[in-house]
Write a protein of this length. Structure first.
Length: 307
């Protein structure tokens, strides 16, 4: 008799064997689901702050171009980026499926700063806006380390005005009332009305506070989510400050400038060159990587260099 039958005393009929096989199959599927979805303990430990991906990865959702239920608008998801590859590998497939489930037509642009200047989130967003093409009519300024967990969050066309998805009542870290960072949606027309973002902010922080003043100066009404009951658990924040320290250095001249409103610069004077443009797929999710070389006038903003 087969070796498996020797483990059991007496004779076994076909029906108990069928039930046993069914039970073993169910247990195997349950273990696979728990080990991949993140609801059970991660084998071998989990990456710092990076959510485990479903395995095998689900097939990406792609709308037929003629499908009317997806609506007429297309979102350009602009993701300022530099050397955050672990977060990127989690972000792209997660956001592609999140937006596809909500039937949001979208393109994901990874704005990779490859020059030797300090990181400039605002200038990268300006570049992403200019390079995003005529087939998109609104943008999301989106941090790579912030994942929306609540499916009721609205990423649709913000016709009535800028829509701050990561509002202070929901963001896990920043709770002051003028905060507009993290995730902010605008129509392209409204972004142009603000002349984009200031290019004077090298290093981490303050560029979104200046953009808040631009929104108000342009006469636009900022809107935020309502009816979201998940509070500070609405998003997953992937950033580990002990692992990736932010560039918060401020020299004397920069300290004086950081609270001023830049009334002249923005979309009209961002200086850059696209080193390369690559369309690729991350776990089945499409995105476009722009390798961007920003330029800096060291007479105007000497704090753009690390020296």
């Amino acid at each position: 008799s087969p070796p498996l039958l020797r483990l059991f005393p007496g004779r076994l009929s076909a029906f108990p064997l069928f039930l046993l096989a069914l039970l073993l199959g169910f247990a195997s599927l349950l273990w696979l689901q728990l080990s991949c979805s993140g609801e059970g303990p991660a084998p071998g430990g989990q990456e710092r702050g990076v959510p485990r991906q479903p395995c095998p990865p689900p097939a990406p959702l792609q709308p037929p171009e003629e499908e009317p239920s997806w609506g007429p608008h297309r979102l350009a998801l602009l993701v300022p980026f530099r050397e955050r590859f672990e977060e990127l590998l989690a972000f792209v497939p997660y956001m592609h499926r999140f937006l596809s489930k909500k039937r949001i037509r979208h393109r994901i642009f990874i704005l990779n700063q490859v020059d030797h200047f300090r990181f400039n989130r605002a200038s990268l967003i300006n570049v992403g806006f200019l390079e995003s093409g005529n087939d998109t009519d609104y943008i999301a300024m989106h941090d790579v380390d912030l994942l929306p967990l609540n499916e009721h969050l609205d990423y649709s066309f913000p016709e009535a005005g800028p829509f701050h998805v990561a509002s202070p009542e929901l963001h896990p870290l920043y709770h002051y009332k003028t905060y507009v960072g993290g995730i902010l949606l605008l129509t392209k027309q409204h972004y142009e009305l603000c002349n984009g973002m200031s290019n004077r902010f090298w290093g981490w922080g303050r560029e979104d506070d200046e953009f808040y003043r631009r929104i108000k100066g342009a006469g636009l009404q900022l809107r935020r989510p309502s009816g979201i009951t998940t509070g500070y658990e609405t998003f997953q924040h992937l950033h580990d400050p002990a692992w990736r320290k932010r560039d918060q250095k401020r020299i004397a001249a920069q300290k004086q400038e950081q609270f001023k409103v830049d009334r002249e610069g923005g979309l009209n004077n961002v200086r850059y060159r696209i080193e390369s443009r690559t369309d690729l797929s991350v776990a089945g999710a499409p995105c476009t990587v722009l390798n961007i070389l920003l330029d800096c006038d060291t007479n105007e903003t000497p704090w753009c260099t690390f020296g």
